[in-house]
Design a protein around this ligand. Structure first.
Ligand code: ADP
Length: 260
């Protein structure tokens, strides 16, 4: 890769998992975790066996998004069993490591924790494992991209220039390690005012779609900024599980269908 760094250890085996898909963003806070969870549930609504791994050590969101409590069980084989939530198999760094300690971990420790998590969890048989990637394009992201035989990556960005610049870096990283971009999702694309019904493009418009076109990557769609989605996520009841037939539920299922 021309980075001058030592190559990452041999890929951990995710036996029993047919496809591993990374959901990534350049910047934090653009809705990557929200998208990962709802996309995973959208894939599940197609009748697939789906797992989700929250690989963000410094800001794990899965325990909140899926209302996960307690610790994952350790099997007799000394491998961890994922937790169950809304029909998904779920595992998060947030369930495994003390957050205050993890906050001060340096790169090599983060990487070894991620590598261990990839090899020490028994996912059983899955059609798809979604990896909710840590934001950015550092060593941890490379360790996952190189170490997991990814089928591809889905990039989440807001329409804003700053988020797009970072998303572009993420795309470049995946391309460098020959991971195909399976799709681009524009999140927080617009806001419909509940009072006046007006449509407001708070972060600009169409940026992610234009970027997808420029890259020749599939554009999976735009998700509006809505109170409903934010509330559902905060309450640990993802919108696709809460209201599968609603507009947002259908939107994510549609994106999952395109992806599959
Ligand atoms: P990231 O994983 O990129 O850091 P999150 O998925 O944690 O981002 O989202 C950040 C915050 O924005 C969360 O509070 C989430 O509920 C909220 N959020 C994400 N997408 C939307 C959306 N489309 N509409 C409303 N709120 C959203």
């Amino acid at each position: 890769l021309g980075t001058g760094k030592a190559p990452v250890a041999k890929p951990p085996v995710l036996s029993g998992v047919r496809h591993v898909v990374a959901v990534a963003s350049g910047k934090g806070g653009v809705g990557k975790s929200t998208t990962s969870v709802n996309l995973a549930l959208g894939l599940r609504s197609l009748g697939l066996k789906v797992g989700i791994l929250d690989a963000d050590i410094h800001g794990p969101s899965l325990p909140t998004l899926l209302a996960l409590h307690g610790r994952p069980r350790l099997g007799k084989d000394r491998r961890l069993r994922p937790m169950q939530a809304f029909g998904l198999q779920a595992m998060s760094m947030g369930l495994m490591v003390d957050q205050e300690t993890a906050m001060v971990w340096r790169g090599p420790m983060v990487m070894s924790a991620i590598t261990q998590m990839l090899s020490d969890v028994d996912w059983g048989n899955l059609d798809v494992l979604i990896i909710d990637m840590p934001p950015g394009t550092g060593d941890a992201q490379l360790a996952i991209a190189q170490g997991t035989d990814l089928a591809g990556a889905v990039i989440v960005s807001t329409p804003q220039d700053l988020a797009l610049i970072d998303a572009r870096r993420g795309i470049a990283m995946f391309r460098k390690v020959d991971v195909p971009i399976l799709g681009v999702i524009e999140n927080m694309a617009h806001f419909i005012c509940p009072d006046c019904g007006g449509r407001h493009t708070l972060f600009g418009e169409g940026g992610a779609q234009a970027e997808a076109r420029r890259l020749g990557a599939p554009y999976l769609g735009a998700v509006p900024l809505t109170m409903e989605l934010r509330r559902a996520s905060d309450s640990g009841q993802p919108i696709v599980a809460l209201d599968p037939d609603g507009a947002l539920g259908q939107l994510y299922s549609g994106m999952a269908r395109t992806l599959w």
